[in-house]
Design a protein. Structure first.
Length: 415
């Protein structure tokens, strides 16, 4: 990759990297090359400053106080909800529930809507490339109600076999839960098309957008899904905050997930009347600073623009693939035509954890393990992979450092 191939100059990237303080440090005596963005992305100073400002001058509990600070904090929290609504193109702020992240969002839907919806013998369809967060909650639900979990298979490129998925959709399919972008393979699913197929069978559809939100515009109305989940920390925002989008009609029908303060209209010892959504699903004091920080991360992404993000990440992906393929003994896992900037790989005769440890000596942070997708590892017959995942702030030099470190790993292991 050269910046010559791109309309984005080195100076632009240099300027953007200045927004991310963490990137300018040495680890183990080497400049940090942070290539684990699919696990969590780094935070721009705009987000860090928003968190600090919140705790420094705005901190107070929301929706409760009649005093100035509480009004300020409430307004900032609700403004973040509107930002998330626009980010997802949800129909109204009431369709945006703040949760801890994608995992909590899926658990909320599976345990609340799932229990309302499923009867013994019903079916839930997922795919073979799901993150554990989009497997286990459905498995727990199916076990508890006597429903069946059906898995649409993937092929050797790591793509969903759409014809098999379609075959699984039947009169007993009540819910479908699919990942938008796979965290271990990078595969981008055509979710609008897949939702359309499920809708022909009147299934309720949840899309796990944890890995899509950092990379591409999302329009839940255009996709046509009923639920969509995102995690703030994967899209340059704080940890411990995320969003569940749900169609209002369904949110209104669903029982609450947790009981407590804030989610009620009135309480007596005999009966509680619940607040309407979104409050119905936000029991207790929420992660106020997190929501505000996530709103600032959304602003940041929108100021960069999706064209910029896409061009930059596509360039990094192509360059990384080209360079990694030159490493003897490498096996790249996942080659879907439509993919995000994630590359999983193995090196002949070297365990993924050893790869991770050796490249760490060169300042390179990559993920190693099963990436919470053990069924994907089983499918490809590997115990684990190493995974490099790129954000717009990464550079060609960082890819080169990774490749050189992999060459070193081969030498260390006498390969
Ligand atoms: N789904 C996918 C595709 C993911 O990559 C992840 C996290 O890696 C999750 C779900 C879980 O997200 P969180 O840990 O933010 O709840």
């Amino acid at each position: 990759m050269t910046e010559r191939n791109s309309t984005i100059g080195k100076s632009t990237i240099g300027r953007i990297r200045q927004d991310f303080p963490i990137l300018h440090q040495k680890v183990r005596g080497k400049p940090l090359a942070y290539l684990d963005n699919a696990a969590t992305s780094q935070k721009p100073k705009q987000v860090i400053e928003a968190l600090s400002r919140y705790y420094g001058v705005e901190n107070s509990n929301i929706h409760r106080g009649v005093y100035y600070l509480s009004e300020q904090a409430t307004a900032a929290y609700e403004a973040a909800r509107v930002k998330a609504q626009r980010f997802l193109n949800a129909g109204s702020p009431s369709e945006v529930i703040f949760v801890r992240g994608t995992t909590e969002a899926i658990n909320l839907v599976a345990s609340s809507y799932g229990r309302l919806l499923l009867e013994p013998g019903d079916e839930v369809v997922i795919s073979g490339m799901e993150h554990h967060s989009n497997i286990v909650p459905w498995q727990m639900l199916c076990e508890s109600v006597g429903a069946k979990l059906c898995v649409a298979p993937i092929d050797d490129s790591g793509s969903l076999i759409v014809s098999e998925y379609e075959k699984l959709l039947g009169p007993r399919t009540k819910a479908v839960a699919l990942v938008h972008v796979s965290n271990s393979l990078g595969t981008i699913n055509d979710v609008k098309y897949l939702v359309g197929l499920a809708k022909k069978k009147s299934a309720v559809v949840l899309i796990d957008g944890a890995q899509a939100a950092p990379h591409m515009p999302i329009d839940v109305q255009d996709i046509g899904c009923d639920f969509y989940t995102i995690s703030g920390h994967k899209m340059y925002g704080p940890t411990g905050i995320g969003v569940l989008y749900g169609r209002l009609e369904l949110l209104e029908a669903m029982p609450p997930y947790q009981g407590g303060g804030e989610m009620i209209r009135s309480v007596t010892f005999e009966k509680t009347i619940y607040a309407p959504p979104p409050a119905k699903f936000e029991a207790g004091t929420p992660h106020i600073a997190g929501a505000i920080g996530m709103g600032v991360a959304i602003d940041y992404l929108q100021q960069l623009g999706w064209d910029f993000v896409h061009e930059r990440e596509e360039l990094l992906l192509r360059y990384a693939l080209e360079r990694l393929e030159t490493v003897p003994g490498i096996r790249i896992i996942g080659s879907a035509t439509s993919r995000a900037s994630v590359v999983s790989f193995t090196l002949d005769g070297i365990h993924a954890h050893d790869i991770g440890t050796i490249v760490d000596q060169e300042g390179v942070a990559i993920r190693t393990g099963h990436h919470c997708t053990q069924p994907v590892m089983d499918f490809f017959g590997v115990p684990a992979t190493a995974r490099a995942s790129f954000a717009f702030y990464n550079t060609a030099e960082e890819v080169d450092i990774l490749v050189n470190a992999l060459m070193e790993a081969r030498e260390v292991f006498g390969r």
